[in-house]
Design a protein around this ligand. Structure first.
Ligand SMILES: [Fe+2]
Ligand SMILES: [Fe+2]
Length: 442
């Protein structure tokens, strides 16, 4: 029984993901709805009703909790919780049309759920489904926004690292699920960009290569959205960026804990992560397209083609590879912050600008810093009048004068647009692990 319930819920979520990506009129959705409905019929043939609840971060059916499923589907659970849905009941007699309408409501605008979603369902003629809150006293409902973002980010890391290790082991992957995770991140970038970009800055202590790949993917999606790419393309760019170093993952697993200095042989082995990665991704052309192959192959080629792999014919980097190359180096340099060397944003900016025209497409690089700001969102900075501020938003017109929030001294606490108040300026960056640490809680 439990397996059937689990299957029905999995199919429902797959259907929901399809609807989110393709809309509910797409044939892909109809196909997915058919599958999902068949699974529900299976369950409802055996019992009058099927009630599923979200308890904490897990899915529960009667007294059973689907832990594994819960972990895998955490982004979806979060999505539902954000819409105040903690409980679903499906009753015998359910029609496919009802199920389809229900999914349509689920993927609808958030405003639907501010009103009574049950009323909406009733209005649509859906009688055999009810949704709403669990009547258990609810935990930590406060500050859900920030917690939700952090959790979304973490669960996307989980989800994405699962996919990455599947690729390394030549296992099957769920391309739709992957795009769903990335899609969640893009949605976050659209509405809660400041929160999300701040998280990336703050999460630097985690230097896992997985996190690097996810960071590069997020930067690339954000950057390409600001460049004006369409959402479909942004997702493809995000996927390609995500896998850019997949070959390195394979190499570094085998050459763990190497002494600092690499021999020439080891260095050329590291360089081969581009070709190796392209080979890995070539196995997934059917589900992920050719872009991951291209980006994996070209991301160290450099703008002037002087990088590697060395090619017999001069070949220009694909624009997506150029985008990823910028995000890749930016993330790698920024991650050195807080370790031995103190790579403050101005150092990163200078290093990258030295390679403008050689490593990086000059126009793209300029645009990148206009979009990211000279001082990344979330940075702790000291001002010329001695006060301390957090960077809140960039100003494209002057990347060195963002919008900030003064946090110390406390009596001066306020928001300031530095392009408006020209007497104030940023003097230096405070390392978030050292002197800047105490201000981060603001
Ligand atoms: Fe690389
Ligand atoms: Fe990289």
């Amino acid at each position: 029984m439990l397996a059937k319930v689990e299957k029905a819920f999995k199919e429902l979520l797959a259907c929901f993901q399809t609807a989110k990506l393709y809309g509910i009129v797409h044939p892909m959705f109809q196909k997915s709805l058919d599958k999902s409905y068949a699974a529900f019929e299976d369950v409802l043939a055996l019992r009058q009703e099927m009630i599923i609840g979200i308890v904490g971060d897990e899915l529960a059916f009667e007294k059973e909790i689907f832990f594994d499923l819960g972990k895998l589907l955490r982004p979806a659970i979060l999505y539902l919780k954000e819409r105040n849905i903690e409980r679903f009941a499906f009753y015998r007699g359910l029609s496919k049309d009802e199920l389809g309408k229900f999914v349509g409501v689920l993927v609808g605008p958030k405003e639907y759920f501010k009103a009574d979603p049950q009323m909406l369902l009733a209005h649509l003629g859906v009688k055999n489904i009810s949704i709403g809150k669990l009547k258990i006293n609810d935990q930590k409902d406060n500050d859900f926004f920030t917690g939700g973002q952090l959790e979304l980010y973490n669960s996307s890391v989980d989800r994405v690292s699962q996919v990455l290790s599947s690729v390394l082991n030549s296992e099957k992957i769920d391309p739709l699920g992957l795009k769903f995770s990335l899609n969640n991140i893009i949605d976050g970038l659209g509405t809660q960009r400041q929160e999300l970009l701040k998280l990336i800055t703050v999460k630097r202590y985690d230097v896992e290569i997985y996190v690097h790949m996810l960071n590069v993917s997020i930067f690339a999606m954000y950057f390409s959205s600001r460049l004006g790419f369409e959402k479909d393309d942004i997702l493809d760019i995000g996927v390609a960026a995500l896998f850019h170093d997949i070959g390195k993952l394979y190499i570094s697993r085998k050459t763990l804990h190497k002494p600092d200095k690499l021999s020439e042989q080891e260095f050329s082995r590291i360089k081969s992560h581009t070709v190796l990665g392209a080979e890995f991704m070539f196995e997934y052309v059917d589900s992920l397209g050719i872009l991951p192959v291209v980006v994996s192959f070209e991301h160290h080629l450099k703008y002037d083609s002087s990088g590697y792999p060395r090619l017999p014919l001069l070949r220009k980097q694909h624009i997506v590879s150029s985008i990823v190359a910028i995000c890749d180096v930016y993330d790698a340099l920024s991650q050195r912050r807080g370790y031995k060397q103190d790579y403050s944003p101005d150092v990163v900016y200078n290093i990258m600008n030295k390679d403008k025209g050689s490593s990086f497409d000059p126009e793209l690089l300029d645009k990148f810093f206009r979009v990211m700001g000279f001082w990344p969102i979330g940075s702790v900075v000291a001002l010329n009048d001695g006060s301390i501020a957090l960077v809140r938003d960039e100003n494209e017109s002057d990347i060195r004068r963002p919008k900030i929030e003064i946090v110390s001294p406390v009596d001066k606490k306020r928001l300031v647009d530095l392009t408006q108040e020209t007497a104030l300026s940023i003097q230096r960056y405070l390392n978030p692990w050292k002197e800047g640490k105490e201000y981060l809680s603001h």
